[in-house]
Structure formats: structure tokens, C-alpha cells
Design a protein around this ligand. Structure first.
Ligand SMILES: Cc1ncc(COP(=O)(O)O)c(C=O)c1O
Length: 404
């Protein structure tokens, strides 16, 4: 019947989703979205879901924030794509660079806008090689840096890699928060790439001593320190960037996800002296057609302004503490959290699945981690209300009760 309606041109979006759209797992959530506003997703049959993951750390200011939508519309009326990245002067790109310059340390003053997180990391690794003339890379066990070959080469999750070898040679993986392991960083190391708070490893927070030791070792050896803040940036952890919790600045910073307010944009950020090396030997050292798309830059600029004007980081912390308190339960073995970035540990994948399924069936979206099967994630919008928090936590608590 489904096939018949497909060939008669009567196939539904759902039919086409399963038949013609690529899937990433055999069991996609498969809910059918009509619209989204604030913390809520709305279905085609009148259903609604409270989005406790923000499309996986993207819609940090809620879905379809009116200021982001308005900025997009204004830019759409001016121009869309006009030229590959880096040739023409486009005011909206310059405005975004200026706004970022004002919120970042002096040495992070040059911005290469790209399309995604993985592309930002690819560009960062290339810049580090070009800057140092070295090839070795250091990354961390259980890290995640993206799905393309370079980013996957520095991803410390064998489960996502084994089917796709070979990867970049010369990549070493060390343990997060292990100061002795930093001996692996030498004068052959081009870059150390790390998440300040490891996301898909289940919200593992760098200790201040560890991060300081990484910075010192990179300074001693001349290795470039790359902070991947693709998931932790844009207020997620209760400061604009996770590295703001520490008195440490990277050589290269990468952003995406929550950077675009719901639009597809990433950034590779460093200083001008370094960045200029992508312009020669070879010329066009990193190329992207759509990087810095003007509509996405308009969205990213509005998103940054909304975070600055409407998000109170004390409130982010208060709401984080409230959720932590409301999720205490005998089935929960540990909650790791920074701001509104959560990993909730249970004692098995089966129990996590019971909670996930119950939440989905009752209108609350939670999600998995790539490297931590026994935990689930929460990364709600930073402007979620207390009553939305109460509602979500009640449903999650019911899920915990089902595990007994
Ligand atoms: C820390 C980190 N780096 C890189 C990426 C890759 O970003 P994208 O999916 O936009 O390529 C992700 C995505 O989850 C991420 O969490």
C-alpha cells in the first residue's frame, strides 16, 4: 500500500523519509515536525515536544528566535550567495567578525567562516600544520571532532572509526585530565586538539590544573592548541565560551552548532598573522564555496546579540542547578553538569532507553551520547522557563520510576 501510494504520487513525508532520505541509524526518532518555537517542537498532527536537547546544542536561544528570523529575512532581501568565500567584501560577514572580535581575547582576531563543525576542525588542523611545518597531532580518548576524514582521524572513538580506515597518520590519543600523558606533546607536535569539556564522552570537564598544563606544554613545544568549542560554545556551559571558565586562551578556536542560531555556520578563529598563511604556499590553502554564507552570518550575528542581551549567565547556572536537583533519583548514579550541559548516568543502556522512550512518547526530547551508552544528555535552551523545566523533569522522573 505504501509503495502503491508512492508510485501514485501520494507518498507522505514519512514514506519518503524512510524510502528516499539517507538514514544515520536503523532506528531514527522519526517524529514529523511541522514547526518549532522557543523550547517546543510541533508535530503535523497536533503533537508537541519539549526539546531538552536544543537540536543537539544548536538552538541555544530557542527555536526560531524572532530576532534571528528577522535578521535572516532582512539579509535575504539584500543578497544570498554572491561569491566563494574570501573574495568580496560582504558587510554582514564583517559585522559578525567585528562582534566576535569584541567578545574574544585579543589574539583571537581573525575569522574564517565555514559551513559546519567538522569543516572548522579540518581548517584548524590544516592551519596548525601550515603554522608549525609539523604533521603530528595529539587528541584525546573519547573525544568527538566531526564526521569527515581529518576530524574523524582526531576523534577518540574507535567505534565510529573502525570501518573507515586508513586515517591521517601521526595521530596520538592520550587520556583527558591526565597530566602525565602530556609528555606525548613534543617539538614534533603540530597541534593538540581538544574539547574543553568533552561532550560526547559524557560531559567530562577539564580540571583547571590539567588545562593549564596543556597550555604550558604547548607553549614549551610550539604545538598549536586548538579548542573545539563546537558544542560547548555560545553560552551552553554558563559562560559565552567554556574556556572563559579558565584563565587560558587557545591558539585556534572552532565554533559551530549553537553559533548560527539554527543556521548552518561554523568558524575557525585564530590571529591574523597565522591566518594569513592560508593565503600563500599554497595559495587558497583552505577553500569553501558557501563558507560565511551571508544569510547564515546574519543569523549568527543576531544569535550572538541575543545571547549578549537576553541571556543572563547567572540564570543559566541557576536553571542548571534546578534541573540537577529535580533529577535526583535512586536510578541515577551521577549527574555531570556545567551550566545547562548535562550527562545523566544510569547503570545500563537498557535503562537509558527506557527513559528515552518514555520521554519521547510523553512529549520530551532527550538524546544519547556517542561514547557513553549508560548516560543520556540534556542541553535545553538557555532561555527555558522554570515551568518547562518542572514539566520535563516530571516526565523524566516517571521514566526513572519505570526502571525500578
Ligand atoms: C565537539 C564537537 N566537534 C565537532 C562536531 C562536528 O560538528 P558538525 O556536526 O557541525 O560537523 C561536533 C558535533 O557534534 C561536536 O560535538
Amino acid at each position: 500500500m505504501r509503495l502503491l501510494s508512492y508510485f501514485c504520487g501520494m507518498s507522505s513525508s514519512k514514506d519518503i523519509f524512510y524510502k528516499n532520505l539517507a538514514q544515520t541509524t536503523p532506528f531514527p526518532m522519526g517524529i514529523e515536525i511541522d514547526s518549532a518555537r522557543g523550547s517546543w517542537l510541533f508535530g503535523t498532527k497536533g503533537e508537541k515536544w519539549l526539546d531538552m536537547i536544543s537540536g543537539v546544542a544548536v538552538t541555544n536561544i530557542g527555536h526560531n528566535h524572532p530576532k534571528v528570523v528577522s535578521a535572516i529575512k532582512t539579509q535575504v532581501d539584500k543578497h544570498l550567495h554572491v561569491m566563494v568565500y574570501g573574495e568580496y567584501i560582504q558587510k554582514v560577514q564583517s559585522d559578525l567578525a567585528k562582534a566576535l572580535n569584541q567578545v574574544l581575547p585579543d589574539d583571537l582576531n581573525s575569522f574564517y567562516f565555514v559551513n559546519s563543525g567538522t569543516e572548522a576542525n579540518e581548517a584548524a588542523l590544516k592551519l596548525a600544520k601550515r603554522e608549525t611545518g609539523r604533521t603530528e597531532l595529539i587528541s584525546f580518548n573519547n573525544s568527538y571532532h566531526g564526521g569527515t576524514h581529518g576530524s574523524l582521524s582526531v576523534t577518540g572513538n574507535e567505534n565510529k572509526k573502525y570501518a573507515f580506515r586508513p586515517f591521517l597518520p601521526g595521530v596520538k590519543f592520550i587520556d583527558f585530565n591526565s597530566i602525565p600523558d602530556l609528555e606525548e606533546i613534543t617539538d614534533k607536535t603540530a597541534a593538540v586538539i581538544m574539547e574543553v569539556i568533552q561532550g560526547d564522552a559524557g560531559v567530562r570537564i577539564a580540571t583547571p590544573e590539567f588545562l593549564k598544563a596543556v597550555r604550558t606544554k604547548c607553549d614549551q613545544t610550539g604545538a598549536q592548541l586548538i579548542f573545539d568549542e563546537i558544542q560547548t560554545g555560545m553560552g551552553r556551559t554558563g559562560k559565552l565560551f567554556a574556556f572563559n571558565h579558565y584563565d587560558i586562551v587557545p591558539d585556534i578556536l572552532t565554533l559551530a552548532k549553537g553559533f548560527g542560531g539554527g543556521m548552518a555556520i561554523g568558524a575557525m578563529i585564530s590571529n591574523k598573522e597565522k591566518m594569513v598563511k592560508l593565503t600563500h604556499n599554497p595559495m587558497l590553502g583552505h577553500i569553501t564555496t558557501f563558507g560565511g554564507h551571508p544569510v547564515n552570518c546574519a543569523a549568527a550575528l543576531a544569535n550572538l546579540e541575543v545571547i549578549q542581551q537576553e541571556i543572563d549567565f547567572n540564570e543559566v547556572e541557576r536553571k542548571g542547578a534546578l534541573i540537577e536537583q529535580l533529577l535526583q533519583h535512586m536510578e541515577v548514579s551521577e549527574i555531570r553538569r556545567k551550566g545547562l550541559f548535562f550527562a545523566i548516568d544510569m547503570d545500563s543502556f537498557e535503562k537509558v532507553k527506557i527513559v528515552f522512550d518514555h520521554c519521547l512518547a510523553n512529549g520530551v526530547i532527550t538524546f544519547w551520547f556517542l561514547s557513553t551508552g549508560y548516560a543520556f544528555r540534556l542541553s535545553p535552551p538557555l532561555n527555558i522557563t522554570d515551568s518547562e523545566i518542572q514539566h520535563a523533569c516530571e516526565i523524566i522522573q516517571q521514566g526513572f520510576d519505570l526502571c525500578k
